[in-house]
Design a protein around this ligand. Structure first.
Ligand code: HEC
Ligand code: HEC
Length: 367
């Protein structure tokens, strides 16, 4: 505060104390103003082609909130025996997926039911299905983050314990004070901070993104990102309805995310796992799972909700010859394809142009 504002502040305090009961203790030091610094998502230029994410009105993003959220994301106090953090199953170097595990290990090595999901571009789920997890069990990132802590197969801890552990540290109360203007920690504030951090995990800098920026946005970048002839053919196969026909669910180059974030049955099993129907109880949702993004596949093996395919070759062969047409609620676009060996190799080459190594190496996302 400069001298004039101190002067004005003193007059206000004086006036206020005149009006108040004379017994008010005037020795209480003035509380420092709490003003977390507002933060706007830093979007790659071509992301302006898709709708801006909806940030919940009761959880605006701030620098202090994101800093706290990142610390909490990598905080083992969130689990029983203080043994694992969110980052144990969602590792930054693996696009926030689980280091090649088919199903993740929780506290004491308990096995999760499903393959962990990579975490990036999650903020955009707010403008599409508004559902998180393979079977859509959470509606917001805040709500989602409540789950793993008390999940008996994951962090196996109660929120009461988590809050009291954090409260008794020397650092967390002041970090919550800075982010939320209160040093009284509660589970809602913990998940709000984590969600703020998660919304900053933006992946949009693959080879294909750079090519798109140059050709579609007219931005001149150092280096050459022109797709090879094979990668170009791979994209054609990806789009062609008579060939790969992948874009119905994973989007076109102009949809940027490489997923529609919707829930569909892509025909993995004749008698599928309940999927979204577990939540909605609607038989028409049986077998439907969240369409994953095709970004960063280099780091997210094994694939599908149960990690059944170890390689992308296996995934492509599934779409070519393994579709279970009798699967209930199978999407209308799903039929066996007739891809040649060359088509499959080209498609794979194209998928590899969506790997974003600046995202997985971004120091801002490391603990
Ligand atoms: C034991 C491993 C494990 C831990 C620990 C863990 N997760 Fe997960 N995470 C998973 C698995 C497995 C899934 C898929 C769950 C499902 O579909 O039921 C998942 C799904 C998610 C998703 C959904 C992504 C999407 O696209 O819908 C988010 C977000 C997420 N986790 C965030 C977190 C946060 C935040 C924490 C810490 C509070 C955390 N996870 C802790 C394994 C883990
Ligand atoms: C009808 C919608 C649909 C179409 C068309 C489609 N997919 Fe998928 N894809 C999905 C869904 C849904 C999943 C997740 C399914 C599950 O795990 O149960 C998925 C999963 C994947 C995965 C695994 C990603 C991961 O992180 O586990 C890859 C890779 C993939 N698809 C590639 C393709 C390719 C290549 C094509 C075209 C040949 C294609 N998809 C066509 C809906 C579709």
């Amino acid at each position: 505060m400069n001298r004039i504002s101190i002067y004005i502040f003193s007059i206000i305090v004086l006036l206020a104390s005149c009006r108040a009961d004379d017994s008010v203790d005037t020795d209480i030091p003035p509380v420092a103003p709490c003003e977390p610094t507002p933060y706007s998502l830093e979007l790659p230029p071509h992301f302006n082609r898709i709708n801006y994410p909806i940030i919940p009105a009761d959880n605006p993003m701030t620098i202090e909130g994101i800093t706290l959220g990142k610390k909490l994301f990598f905080e083992k106090l969130l689990s029983k025996n203080n043994s694992i953090s969110c980052g144990s199953c969602h590792a930054p170097a693996y696009a926030f997926n689980d280091k090649g595990m088919v199903s993740s290990l929780g506290v004491n090595g308990t096995q999760s039911i499903r393959n962990a999901m990579p975490l990036f571009n999650l903020a955009w789920t707010s403008v599409t299905s508004r559902r998180f997890n393979w079977h859509g069990s959470a509606g917001t990132l805040e709500e989602q983050a409540l789950g793993p802590v008390r999940d008996p197969l994951e962090m196996q801890e109660s929120w009461i314990n988590v809050v009291s552990k954090l409260q008794s540290t020397s650092e967390y109360p002041q970090l919550f004070q800075k982010a939320f203007c209160t040093s009284e920690i509660d589970s809602n504030l913990v998940v709000k901070a984590i969600a703020q951090f998660e919304r900053t995990l933006i992946s949009g800098d693959s080879k294909y993104d750079r090519y798109f920026l140059e050709t579609e946005e007219g931005i001149d970048l150092p280096g050459d990102y022109t797709p090879t002839a094979q990668e170009r053919r791979g994209l054609e196969i990806y789009i062609a309805e008579g060939k790969g026909d992948c874009f119905h669910c994973h989007g076109t180059p102009f949809q940027i995310l490489w997923s529609n974030n919707e829930f569909v049955n892509n025909g993995l099993d004749a008698s599928p796992d309940s999927g979204l129907a577990q939540i909605t109880k609607d038989p028409l949702d049986l077998g439907k799972f969240k369409t994953p993004s095709l970004r960063n596949l280099n780091w997210t093996a094994p694939y599908m909700h149960d990690g059944r395919f170890g390689t992308l070759e296996e995934v492509i062969e599934f779409y070519n010859s393994g579709i279970q047409s009798s699967s209930p609620n199978i999407d209308g676009s799903q039929k066996p394809r007739s891809l040649t060996a060359q088509d499959k190799a080209d498609l794979l080459a194209f998928l590899n142009t969506l790997n974003d190594s600046s995202f997985v190496n971004n120091p801002a996302f490391r603990p």
